[in-house]
Ligand binder design. Structure first.
Ligand SMILES: O=P(O)(O)OC[C@@]1(O)O[C@H](CO)[C@@H](O)[C@@H]1O
Length: 397
């Protein structure tokens, strides 16, 4: 914790401000996602009608409750559903309305219901296209060039692979045609990687558990797994627990099925990548690498409100790495903090040392120096916050 007193806590972000990024996600990104899903599957007339109704509802309607027999209705009620049902999507916390949108989309396509579409990930075609892309082959082939380099250099390269892999967020790309082509800006807006490596220094780190809170599947998850394999192989972690989503979420968020797809992709790859894949497969088989899919991973709430069982897992970890933009919003609180608010202050609630690896794709930001904030704003106005071209590594010991 820093010594300076915390400034007043700003209110949570809502989607009601015209022209705001949050409103654009609700009014434009969500309808675009529904259309893409509708086009990607030969759903029958009932599902199509339901998707059309959801599209209308999420743009101009109100939040509908879950069906009375939904398996997780009580959970969503505990997460605030009763207070928000019947209200406009735009006037409740943005984090909540986004999360609930994905839950309702799964309801609409019959993901949780006994029937032909049960368990079929509506985002799977997009995830597979990403995994099969030639760019993935190129990224895997680049591992051969790292062989023989000193270990710290390889570790740093894999850390950056995992960090910048966070640009591969399909929700972001599906609704922002230019996102893929915009160049990443190599300089990080915050870089605590030295502290991160100190926390993962061998030999002490070799006994510790690393929690890796994953974000996107495919081209983000593969470098996450490569980083995990490297840390295990070099005494920087004794055990890795990979936290994924319990069901499809935010289009490309990783589930257990996506971990398996990524591992199969790796094991089938030639050269160095295939070796990483086989070691990771063996690590899952012997329990050195485990996967967790806690319901709270897809909760519409900040991590400050995590349940005790999940808290206990993070308490036991030597370090937790939290990937991505949404997890960052949940970690620091989905609020328009003054950008110089210390990261250590807003993550003081987190049980144990924590590192955020994130490309900037929403308005939330903390932990910048005044000079960095001023330079970014002078050069780009507000777009540096949401364009996905900047990244950060922030640590709280
Ligand atoms: O968490 P990720 O994959 O890095 O990004 C998720 C994201 O695209 O979705 C949200 C808006 O829908 C934003 O927080 C962010 O831009």
């Amino acid at each position: 914790m820093s010594d300076t007193p915390m400034p007043p806590v700003p209110p949570v972000i809502l989607g009601d401000e015209p022209g705001s990024f949050a409103r654009g996600v609700l009014a434009e990104r969500h309808p675009a996602i529904i259309r893409r899903v509708r086009d990607a599957f030969p759903y029958g007339p009932d599902v199509r009608r339901a998707l059309d109704a959801l599209l209308t509802s999420c743009v101009e309607g109100v939040i509908e409750p879950l069906p009375a027999d939904a398996h997780d209705r009580d959970r969503w009620r505990a997460w605030g559903l009763d207070g928000y049902a019947g209200r406009s999507w735009y006037e409740v916390p943005w984090l909540w309305s986004e999360s609930y949108f994905y839950r309702l989309l799964l309801e609409t396509v019959g993901y949780f219901r006994p029937g032909p579409w049960q368990g079929l990930d509506p985002f799977r075609p997009f995830k597979l296209a990403e995994l099969d892309a030639p760019e993935t082959d190129e990224e895997l082939a680049a591992l051969d060039g790292l062989e023989g380099r000193p270990e710290p250099e390889r570790a740093q390269a894999l850390l950056h692979g995992s960090l910048w892999g966070n640009r591969a967020d399909l929700g972001f790309r599906l609704s922002d045609a230019g996102a893929r082509d915009r160049a990443a800006v190599p300089g990080l807006v915050a870089d605590d990687s030295e502290t991160l490596w100190a926390l993962l220094a061998p030999p002490q780190a070799a006994d510790g558990t690393l929690c890796l809170v994953a974000d996107n599947a495919g081209r983000e998850l593969i470098p996450d797994l490569l980083l995990a394999a490297h840390l295990l192989a070099h005494g920087r972690a004794g055990r890795v627990v990979l936290h994924v989503k319990p069901y499809p979420y935010y289009v490309s968020d990783a589930t257990t099925a996506d971990v398996v797809d990524a591992l199969r992709r790796l094991t089938a790859a030639p050269g160095t990548a295939g070796g990483y894949g086989r070691r990771l497969w063996a690590a899952m088989a012997d329990g050195t690498l485990t996967v967790r899919a806690h319901p709270f991973a897809a909760a519409p709430l900040p991590y400050e409100r995590m349940p005790d069982d999940l808290r206990a897992e993070f308490v036991g970890a030597a370090l937790t790495i939290v990937k991505g933009d949404l997890n960052y919003r949940r970690l620091v609180g989905d609020r328009l903090w003054p950008p110089t608010t210390p990261f250590a202050d807003v993550t003081a609630h987190f049980p144990g040392p924590v590192v955020a690896l994130r490309t900037l794709k929403s308005d939330v930001i903390t932990g910048l120096s005044a000079g960095t904030e001023a330079a970014l704003t002078a050069a780009e106005g507000r777009s540096w916050r949401t364009g996905g071209t900047h990244a950060l590594i922030q640590t709280r010991k």
